[in-house]
Design a protein around this ligand. Structure first.
Ligand code: PEP
Ligand code: CO
Length: 458
């Protein structure tokens, strides 16, 4: 077992480093009380589960599996129901069925769910209907209503976030282990509005082929009832580990290994805005033993990335570190290859993943934040091309989606037009792919995943 935590590290040692995008709680006493309560709460996930996910990610790092990481940009305290959780899970299961069937590789499924409540924002203020307000920073910090009062940070929201994460995780566990994710239900995950669309019909055909394969296996005497992997799936949780008060509050020492784990989620990632080498986030996540992600934008240099990998994964443990490339469709082909090569030369067994969402946001003339479906596909293609060129394994995709029929991203096979964006624009932060666009994207990704791959790719 590689020990990560250096002697100077503790769950609170980050407090001695510059911490970007933290909250100035208006009063110290309630903030302290909330921090103390988090320390006493039961962990949301267990260290052993984080280790299982790390082992699954090690398979991705070795070029034997893919990662599908997806969910909301920002989870909402308002939009919280069994239905929204179920719809997100359904689309995740559909996408992974498409990707597995298309590529014949296992797909590790990680939600941006059960904790994705805090946002780093480029600008501290935003203007809504002519009124300048503190930017919305996630429901863990304050409410999204466009008033000055609503935007006052409230530390009790960390407690509410914890409870919502617990309830979400509970339902996810029930759905994934209790029959809903059973592969024999592969047809039933197709929602009505998806089933009636071209990508939905394409999915129906794929689901029928999977059913036929299952019948074939039963016919030759394989006991399908006994095969647990047909009836249960693992869907792991993840979020950006932004608000370190919350993450520290849920950090526990594992009783079996003595190692520290951030028990707020199975996997945590460091955002593009908080990945400073000498910053608090890198310090905090260097000491917890969960699998860790780190976003890399177009300004990342090879030296910086190698140094980040060294800080976050000094033991070169496969599956420990996932580097999430978010370069922009116009930059990825130039900027990514030197990073892939440098990390390879440093013999870092990382997972490389493409986030085709965050560097492709733009505002329409009406000021609506959106992304184009074909630009998203283009960045993924550029990512696969960069990996192919350097012999790296394209480990997967990191997406923002929802199971609802929202109109937030432009395009897709059922083209969402600019004038239709306001029809059902619901996101609290960045525009998400709707269910149909997500399924459509899964077919594109499955094509790319099919290879062929050079012998050296891993
Ligand atoms: C996000 O994942 O929602 C996000 C803000 O990403 P990034 O840190 O890459 O900008
Ligand atoms: Co986002």
């Amino acid at each position: 077992m590689v020990t990560l935590s250096p002697p100077t590290w503790s769950p609170s040692s980050w407090r001695g480093y510059p911490a970007q995008h933290q909250v100035d709680w208006p009063e110290e006493e309630p903030a302290d009380a909330a921090r103390q309560r988090l320390h006493t709460f039961p962990p949301l996930v267990f260290a052993g589960e984080a280790r299982q996910l790390q082992a699954a990610l090690a398979e991705v790092a070795a070029g034997r599996a893919f990662l599908l990481q997806a969910g909301d940009c920002a989870e909402s305290f308002h939009d919280f129901s069994a239905i929204t959780i179920r719809e997100k899970l359904k689309i995740m299961l559909q996408m992974s069925a498409v990707m597995i069937y298309g590529s014949t590789y296992p797909v590790v499924k990680v939600g941006r769910i059960a904790g994705q409540f805090a946002k780093a924002r480029s600008a501290p203020f935003e203007t809504i209907d002519g009124v300048e307000l503190p930017s919305f920073r996630g429901h863990m910090v304050h409410d999204d209503a466009p008033t000055a009062d609503a935007r006052i940070p409230d530390p009790d929201r960390m407690i509410q976030a914890y409870h919502q994460a617990a309830a979400t995780l509970n339902l996810l566990r029930a759905f994934t282990k209790g029959g809903f994710a059973d592969l024999t239900r592969v047809h039933m995950w197709n929602q009505e509005f998806v089933a009636s669309s071209p990508e939905g019909r394409r999915y129906e055909r794929l689901a029928s082929e999977i059913e036929r394969a299952l019948r074939f296996m039963a016919a030759i005497g394989i006991d399908l009832a006994e095969a647990q992997s047909l009836h249960q799936v693992d869907v792991w949780t993840s979020h950006e580990g932004l608000l370190l008060d919350y993450e520290e509050g849920l950090t526990r020492r594992d009783s079996t290994t003595g190692d520290w784990y951030d028990c707020s989620a199975h996997m945590l990632w460091i955002g593009e805005r908080t990945r400073q080498l000498d910053g608090a986030h890198v310090e905090f996540f260097s000491g917890v033993h969960n699998p860790i992600g780190c976003k890399l934008g177009p300004t990342a240099t090879p030296d910086e990335v190698v140094e980040l990998a060294e800080r976050l994964n000094p033991g070169r443990v496969p599956g420990r570190l996932t580097l999430i490339s978010r370069m922009g469709s116009d930059r990825v082909r130039d900027v990514l290859p030197p990073l892939l090569s440098a990390v390879r030369e440093a013999e870092q067994p990382v997972v490389w993943v493409c986030d085709p969402m965050h560097a492709n946001v733009f505002k329409t003339v009406d000021g609506v934040k959106t992304r184009r479906f074909d630009v998203i596909v283009d960045e993924i293609e550029g990512f696969f091309a960069a990996c192919r060129e350097t012999g790296a394994w394209p480990g997967g995709v990191h997406l923002e989606f929802t199971g609802e029929a929202v109109t937030e991203c432009l395009g897709g096979s059922d083209t969402v037009l600019e004038e239709a964006l306001s029809t059902n624009y619901m996101t609290l932060c960045d525009p998400r792919l709707n269910a149909r666009q997500s399924l459509d994207l899964a077919f594109h990704v499955a094509e790319l995943m099919r290879g062929p791959w050079p012998e050296t790719a891993s």
